[in-house]
Design a protein around this ligand. Structure first.
Ligand code: HEC
Length: 100
C-alpha cells in the first residue's frame, strides 16, 4: 500500500512537471519553435523536438547566462528565458524532449 501511494505520488509529480512545462512552452516558445518543436525558429534555430532534456537544459542555461549564441540569435533566446527560474527551465526542457 505504501509503495502504491509513493508511486502514485511520483507519477502525479511527473505529470505536474509536464503540465507546467507545457504551459510555459505553449505561452512562450511555440510561436517561434512551433507547437511540436519542429520549426526552425526565425529560420535560424535547430529543431528542438526530441533533443535530450539534459542537452536542452544546458542550452537554455547557456542562453540565460548569455554564453550561448549558435546562429547570432542568442540574444533573442536570452530574452525568452530571462524570466524562467531553474525549475521552469528544467520543466520546459523535459516537455520539449518528449515532443514528437
Ligand atoms: C522570438 C522567437 C523565439 C522564441 C519565442 C523562442 N525561441 Fe528558442 N530560439 C530562437 C532562435 C532564433 C534560436 C537560435 C539562437 C542562436 O542563434 O543561438 C533559438 C534557439 C533555441 C534552442 C537551441 C536549439 C539548438 O539545438 O541549437 C532552444 C533549446 C530553444 N531555442 C528553446 C526555446 C524555449 C524553451 C523557448 C521558450 C521559453 C524559446 N526557445 C522561445 C527563437 C525563439
Amino acid at each position: 500500500m505504501k509503495k502504491l501511494v509513493i508511486s502514485a505520488f511520483i507519477l502525479s509529480t511527473t505529470a505536474m512537471l509536464l503540465a507546467d512545462g507545457a504551459a510555459t512552452y505553449n505561452s512562450k516558445c511555440a510561436s517561434c519553435h512551433g507547437a511540436n518543436g519542429k520549426t526552425a525558429a526565425l529560420g535560424k534555430s535547430a529543431i528542438i523536438a526530441g533533443q535530450s532534456s539534459a542537452a536542452l537544459l544546458k542550452k537554455l542555461q547557456g542562453y540565460k547566462a548569455g554564453t550561448l549564441n549558435v546562429n547570432g540569435m542568442g540574444a533573442v533566446m536570452k530574452g525568452n528565458v530571462a524570466t524562467l527560474d531553474a525549475k521552469a527551465l528544467s520543466e520546459v526542457a523535459t516537455y520539449i524532449s518528449k515532443l514528437k
